[in-house]
Design a protein around this ligand. Structure first.
Ligand code: ADP
Ligand code: MG
Length: 632
């Protein structure tokens, strides 16, 4: 029985209109959603090259009547909505009746469809939206939608496509997201004839997660389950020890639809407060079920954004579900660990870090870090302060700092830059030029290092001013500048134990594009399995225990399109290295180290951190006097 009708212009206008076909992955999403809407139990998705040449989605759903097969490609043709009253409560994935029209307008489409129980099916072919051929045919029950030569008639759009590899991995990501939302549907994805994934479709979320996200992720998942009246949530959140460097493993679904939602993301992450280290993110698969009226999916054409009518209730539900799962794990972990004498905590709450004792040197250069091994270090033999602090000492390799002493004298007269310039060989014209420049550079003002406040701000008195320096930001800048000056390679250190990395398709693509650059900058990444890689070296400046977090952060930056060209990619990577190598807030820094930072700032070389934040602030005597109402 035919069931597709054309929406009236009035209803059509009420629906947020939009471009649905951006790239091959958008075709995959629309076709898979149509298959789900048709009640399919099993869906096979096939792509060739990047998907632009060939996409095929076959389902065993209810199929279309011969009368509907052609109409399906008309704009606002849908069987899922009749009038505006239906807009209030949409239970299907599609409803705009736009997808097939949009897809067929920019490609060559072949549709084979047969309703259950019908003796034969219908075949329709279209090119650039025009029906070429339509007739009866033999075909399996269900629907096969084949899309070839995407964007063949819109060369501008074609030009915007990325490499086949990048488009293919976007297709795989999209198909995976769709499949993960439907544990009751078995989804198989073939890429260039090879199976990328297969979900069993047994209705169990765990087997779906296992099949699609892999064993490693699934084994760290804790189930969540909670309901509140007409709302319920189920799924999984990762145990706090399995935090990740980005949010790439967070999946949220609302009534089977994959959505992006800051609200849900915050609700989950809030539950980890104080148990996940700062900068680490939980993995999760969250299935939210609400009455259709409680959610508006009609805000965005791609329908990945939704509006909840009762945001607070949704937030609380998800937050408490995650919290309950995490506290259950706490209890089980505690019980399991009981017999052991002193169980090492799996994760440490950042606030629970013991206050550093003054005799702990927690300076964060790689060399210092390893040498001190977080234990008490005997004070280094005294050396004259002057000798220990050449101006711009930060340009020297980090290791030299180990034998530097804390400055004892409160007032330090640093060396002048001219002295350094004079040390240079004077046999080339270039050097003379350099010397001239250096001579012109003003001598550093005298200063008094008062100390460090809040384990972050260095207090310095110069002349009539009080200067506050953000030590992390300043140090980060110093390292960044030094790394940047090394015109090509950055010195690397080999990790004792390589760090294993599992890269998804997009990350593999990014690695292929940026591998050479990464290795120049000290990160050697070797492949040892299909998706498995091993990180062998990191820049010498970095603490090896930051290796994984650094690589994850770099991928996140590259993935986020922050680095469209090699130069900005290089800078972004160096930012990460500098940030990881710089002394962190919260750590006690020895005085010599503080002095070098102060000098770099006073010399005018260090003004902003690599992200553009200022590294210092000045309070003049007048400012202070005003503050205390000595003057008005
Ligand atoms: P929408 O999904 O918003 O209704 P589409 O353009 O995606 O719009 O599809 C138009 C119509 O074609 C659908 O409403 C449905 O009736 C029919 N259709 C599309 N794909 C399938 C399929 N795989 N199985 C059965 N019917 C389908
Ligand atoms: Mg649709």
């Amino acid at each position: 029985m035919p069931e597709i009708n054309i929406l009236s212009p009035h209803v059509a206008d009420m629906i947020a209109a939009g471009e649905v076909v951006e790239r091959p992955a958008s075709v995959i999403k629309e076709l898979m959603e149509n298959a789900f809407d048709a009640g399919a139990h099993s869906v096979t998705v096939e792509i060739r090259d990047g998907g632009a040449t060939y996409i095929r989605v076959q389902d065993d759903g209810k199929g279309m009547a011969p009368e509907d097969a052609g109409i399906a490609f008309m704009r606002h043709a849908t069987s899922k909505l009749r009038d505006e009253t239906g807009l209030e409560a949409i239970g299907t994935m599609g409803f705009r009746g736009e997808a097939l029209a949009a897809i067929s307008a920019v490609s060559e489409v072949e549709l084979l469809t047969r309703q259950h129980g019908d003796a034969s099916g219908t075949r329709v072919t279209l090119s650039a939206g025009d029906i070429q051929d339509m007739g009866e045919t033999g075909c399996p029950e269900g629907t096969v939608m084949q899309v070839r030569s995407l964007f063949f008639n819109t060369p501008a759009r074609l030009k915007f496509l990325k490499s086949d590899r990048a488009e293919a991995s976007a297709c795989v990501q999209t198909a995976l997201r769709c499949a993960l939302g439907r544990p009751e549907v078995s989804v198989r994805l073939l890429r260039d004839g090879k199976e990328e994934f297969f979900s069993p479709g047994d209705g169990k979320a765990l087997s779906c997660v296992y099949a699609l996200l892999g064993r490693d992720t699934a084994k760290d998942f804790l189930p969540i389950e909670l309901s509140d009246g007409d709302m319920s949530v189920s799924g999984f959140v990762s145990s706090p020890s399995a935090g990740r460097g980005n949010r790439g493993m967070q999946f949220f679904y609302c009534n089977g639809r994959y959505i992006r939602s800051v609200l849900l993301q915050t609700a989950v992450e809030q539950a980890y407060k104080n148990t996940l280290l700062v900068g680490r993110y939980p993995a999760c698969v969250v299935y939210l079920k609400l009455s259709n009226a409680a959610v508006d999916v009609n805000v965005h054409p791609a329908k990945t954004e939704v509006k909840f009518s009762q945001e607070k209730r949704v937030f609380d539900l998800v937050y408490h579900a995650a919290l309950a799962a995490l506290s259950t794990e706490d209890r089980t972990a505690a019980e399991e660990e009981k017999p052991k004498p002193a169980p090492a905590p799996v994760y440490a709450a950042p606030t629970a870090r013991p206050a550093p004792r003054p005799d702990f040197y927690r300076s964060m250069s790689a060399a210092d870090f390893r040498a001190s091994n977080y234990s008490v270090r005997p004070s280094a033999p005294a050396k004259p302060v002057e000798a220990a602090m050449p101006l711009k000492a930060y340009e020297q390799p980090y290791q030299t700092r180990l034998d530097m002493t804390p400055a004892q004298a409160p007032v330090v007269k640093p060396q002048e830059s001219t002295k350094i310039a004079r040390n240079e060989p004077a046999d080339s014209g270039k050097t003379v030029e350099n010397s001239v420049q250096s001579v012109e550079k003003p001598t550093l003002p005298d200063y008094k290092l008062i100390g460090e406040a809040l384990h972050l701000y260095i207090l310095v008195e110069t002349g009539d001013e009080l200067m506050l320096i953000d030590k992390h930001a300043a140090h980060e800048r110093m390292i960044f500048d030094r790394l940047k000056q090394q015109d090509r390679s950055v010195m690397a250190q080999t990790l004792l134990e390589g760090v294993t990395l599992r890269l998804d398709g997009e990350e593999r693509e990014l690695l292929e594009q940026n591998g050479e650059l990464l290795s120049e900058l000290g990160f050697e990444i070797e492949q040892y399995g299909e998706n498995d890689y091993i990180l062998r070296t990191v820049p010498a400046d970095m603490n090896p225990s930051d290796a994984r977090a650094a690589v994850e952060e770099i991928f996140e930056k590259l993935r986020g399109g922050k680095a469209p060209d090699p130069k900005s990619a290089r800078d972004e990577i160096l930012h990460t290295v500098a940030c990881k190598a710089a002394i962190k807030a919260g750590y006690i820094t020895d005085r010599a180290e503080l002095d070098r930072i102060v000098q770099a700032v006073l010399s005018g070389d260090v003004k902003y951190c690599p992200h553009g934040r200022p590294v210092s602030a000045v309070l003049g005597r007048r400012d202070l006097d005003k503050l205390f109402k000595r003057i008005v």
